[in-house]
Design a protein around this ligand. Structure first.
Ligand code: PMP
Length: 351
């Protein structure tokens, strides 16, 4: 077994940001119907444990290259968490102060992690939704001359998925079948960037996009109104609060709009986030793979696709982050901290 290899990684790393990307695609052995092969791309292998480390690095490095970000300048961003955690890692390693704006509804772990990494976290009222945290970041950037990362509009977002996430998939599946690729969307960076490459190099691969069943922004077919700077003009009418943190803000981001306009999705499927949570627990307990609610929801959609997929189909599923980021949330609500009767009996049997 190559787990016993001893050659290490064959290189030394100059800083933590060099370790971003190159995440593994892993076969599932106890999930989904027998007539298909399912793989997951495990983004928790990134240094700060989510897919957003990629975009955080590229937003900062492309701004450095373009002279938009000066040494020591403060970076500000609106984020549901994983982007902020990735940015906090990159900014810490490169010496930029960071201010994050985040709706108070996102998990406590996220806030504390960002602060632990040296960032400031400004909480915005949950009634103001995603747009409230976005407008707060925009105002702070304008008033203070800070660099606004603008993940929802920044071209560096989808670009990094085209040049890294997609290249990794193409390389790992070279010479092998790949019939379906399944993902969700937050900014849409993952789906837009990877789809650009899959459409041109693996055109046979069907791209399945999932969204919460009570926030079917794409499924509704209704367009998003935008301001001149591409930012959203008001909430999308189909949005409702949902339990899949990191997915589907209350507007269709500009980055995702490219995917819609280019017909990058063969199918958009709704998923119940509660089923996603149950699936995340199945994945942990039956496959030993820890992911969050969005990963569980993506996998739920993928298993539904698998049920009717032709014999021998190969399906790759994105798992955006780790389950550890949700210890204080409903994902872990049913998991007790105290001993069960069975556990207590085991203890008693030793006395
Ligand atoms: N899942 C989680 C947990 C996330 O934080 C994000 C990013 N907000 C996504 C999925 C979606 O990724 P993207 O922004 O590339 O669409």
């Amino acid at each position: 077994m190559d787990i016993y290899r001893t050659e290490g990684r064959g290189r030394l790393y100059n800083d933590i940001v060099e370790t971003v990307g190159d995440t593994p695609c892993v076969r599932l052995n106890r999930t989904g119907p027998d007539h298909v092969s399912m793989f997951v791309k495990v983004e928790s292998f990134n240094p700060l444990s989510s897919v957003k480390d990629r975009l955080a690095l590229n937003i900062i490095e492309s701004a450095e290259r373009e002279g938009l970000l000066k040494p020591g300048q403060t970076v500000v961003e609106a984020t549901s968490g994983n982007t902020g955690i990735g940015l906090a890692m990159v900014c810490a390693a490169k010496g930029y102060p960071l201010v994050i704006t985040m709706a108070e509804s996102f998990s406590i772990e996220r806030r504390r992690l960002m602060r632990f990494l040296g960032a400031k976290v400004v909480l915005t009222p949950k009634e103001e939704r995603g747009i409230g945290m976005y407008n707060t970041a925009k105002k702070l950037a304008e008033d203070n001359g800070w660099f606004f990362a603008r993940q929802f509009e920044n071209a560096a977002n989808a670009d990094i998925h085209e040049s890294t996430t997609a290249r990794e998939i193409l390389s790992d599946f070279e010479g092998a079948a790949l019939d379906y690729w399944v993902t969700g969307y937050g900014t849409g960076g993952t789906v837009t960037g990877v789809a650009r490459a899959l459409r041109s190099e693996r055109p046979e691969c069907k791209i399945i996009l999932s969204e919460p069943h009570n926030a079917t922004l794409l499924g509704s077919g209704l367009p998003q109104e935008r301001n001149e700077d591409d930012s959203p003009k008001g909430s999308h009418p189909a949005w409702e609060p949902h339990v899949i943190q990191g997915w589907t803000p209350d507007f269709i981001p500009k980055v995702l709009q490219e995917g819609i306009d280019s017909a990058f999705f063969d199918e958009v499927r709704p998923v119940d986030g509660m089923k996603g949570m149950a699936m995340a627990q199945h994945l942990a307990a039956k496959e030993g793979i820890l992911t969050g609610v969005s990963g569980g929801s993506t996998l739920t959609t993928a298993v539904e696709v698998a049920e009717t997929a032709p014999e021998g189909s190969v399906i790759l599923v994105m798992l955006p982050d780790t389950g550890e980021r949700y210890l204080s949330t409903p994902l872990f609500e049913a998991i007790p901290a105290e001993m069960s009767e069975e556990e207590a009996a085991l203890f008693a049997s030793t006395r």
